[in-house]
Design a protein around this ligand. Structure first.
Ligand code: ZN
Length: 315
C-alpha cells in the first residue's frame, strides 16, 4: 500500500487510541485564523496554544542535553505508533498539530539534526507522501528536537506558498539557471529570501542543493547552516530553501507590549504564522510580520553571494 494512504490510516487509528492527539486535533479544528494580504502573496496567522511546547522551547545546549528526547523510542508515549520508512526512519503522528494531517518523520537513532546527508531521504519522502509538504527545520531555525534527526509532513493544501509559487516567481523571481534539467530561481518578496529548485531529476536537485548547503556552511561558521526547507512533488520536485540569519526576532525576547512569542520555522516561511499566545494573535498586524521576517532572513549582500553560485554556471 502507498504511504499516502498508510499515514491517513495511522492518523485515524491514533485518534481512536491516543486521547492527547484526539483532543489536540479537536482544538485545532476550532482554532482561530487571521489572514493578511501582501502584494502577490498572503499569510495566515493561526492561534495555536498547544504549540507553546515548541515556540516557547529552550533549545540551548544545556537544556537539550538535560532533557529526555521526545523522539527517542524509549521516551515516547506508549500510545504513539509508527510506520517504518526506508528502514531507518519512522513516521509518527504529531501530537501537537498545526496541519490537520501532521506527521513527524524521525530517524530511529538519536543522531544530529543535519540535512547534508539526509537530504536525499527528504526527496524520497516528498515523492512518496504525494499529498503532503515535507519540511526540515535546522537546529537553530525552529526545530524543537534540535538533537534528533527528523522531518515533518503536513497536508499540502494548508500552507499558502505552494499555490502562490508561480506568482512569486513571476513578480519577485530571478532565474539562476538555463539548464533544462533543473530550474533554479531566487526569490526575494520583501519578507522572505529563498531559492527554489525544480526538477524531476534527483541527482540534479542534490547537486544544486549541495552548492547552497556548502555556502551556508561558510556563512554559519561553527553553527549549523541556518535553513528551513519545504519540499513537495507535483510532476517534479519543488524544493524551497529559506536562508536565515537569526533564530528568533528581537520581539521574542522583548518585555511588555513589544513582546511577540514568534519562533519562526518552515511552516511560518510557507505563509502560516503560528502564534501560541492570544495577546499576540489579537494585536499582530502585517507591519509586524514584515519587520520580523526582514530581521530573521539573510542580508541582500549574502543573498547575492548565493545567486552568484549559479550564475557562473550560466552559459
Ligand atoms: Zn532522540
Amino acid at each position: 500500500m502507498e504511504y499516502d494512504k498508510k499515514i491517513l490510516e495511522l492518523l485515524e487509528e491514533q485518534r481512536l487510541s491516543w486521547k492527547l492527539l484526539d483532543d489536540n486535533m479537536k482544538s485545532l479544528g476550532a482554532t482561530r485564523i487571521k489572514e493578511f494580504s501582501f502584494s502577490h502573496f498572503s499569510f495566515k496567522v493561526q492561534f495555536n496554544p498547544e504549540r507553546i511546547v515548541s515556540s516557547g522551547a529552550k533549545v540551548d545546549k544545556a537544556t537539550i542535553s538535560n532533557r529526555r528526547c521526545f523522539l527517542c523510542k524509549e521516551n515516547r508515549p506508549s500510545e504513539q505508533k509508527e510506520i517504518i520508512f526506508q528502514e531507518d526512519y519512522e513516521i509518527l503522528c504529531n501530537p501537537f498539530p498545526i496541519f490537520n494531517q501532521h506527521f513527524t518523520i524521525s530517524h530511529l537513532n538519536h543522531i544530529p539534526q543535519e540535512i547534508n546527508h539526509s537530504f536525499p531521504v527528504m526527496l524520497d519522502l516528498s515523492k512518496e507522501l504525494n499529498h503532503s509538504v515535507v519540511f526540515y527545520n535546522a537546529p537553530n531555525c525552529g526545530a524543537s528536537a534540535p538533537d534528533h534527526l527528523h522531518f515533518q509532513a503536513g497536508n499540502l493544501d494548508f500552507l499558502p506558498i505552494p499555490n502562490e509559487l508561480d506568482q512569486l516567481k513571476n513578480h519577485y523571481g530571478e532565474s539562476l539557471s538555463d539548464n533544462e534539467d533543473v530550474m533554479i530561481t531566487a526569490i526575494d518578496d520583501g519578507l522572505r529570501k529563498f531559492i527554489v529548485l525544480e526538477s524531476d531529476s534527483k541527482s540534479e536537485i542534490i547537486k544544486a542543493f549541495n552548492k547552497i548547503y556548502k555556502q551556508s556552511e561558510l556563512f554559519s561558521g561553527d553553527e549549523p547552516p541556518m535553513l528551513n526547507i519545504l519540499a513537495y512533488y507535483q510532476q517534479a520536485w519543488k524544493i524551497l530553501i529559506f536562508l536565515r540569519e537569526k533564530h528568533r526576532p528581537w520581539q521574542y525576547f522583548a518585555e511588555g507590549e513589544e513582546n511577540i512569542l514568534f519562533s519562526p520555522a518552515s511552516v511560518d516561511m510557507g505563509g502560516a504564522l503560528i502564534l501560541p499566545l492570544e495577546k499576540d494573535f489579537n494585536k499582530i498586524e502585517s507591519r509586524d510580520i514584515e519587520i520580523m521576517f526582514k530581521e530573521i532572513m539573510i542580508s541582500s549582500e549574502k543573498f547575492a553571494v548565493y545567486k552568484e553560485l549559479f550564475k557562473s554556471d550560466k552559459k
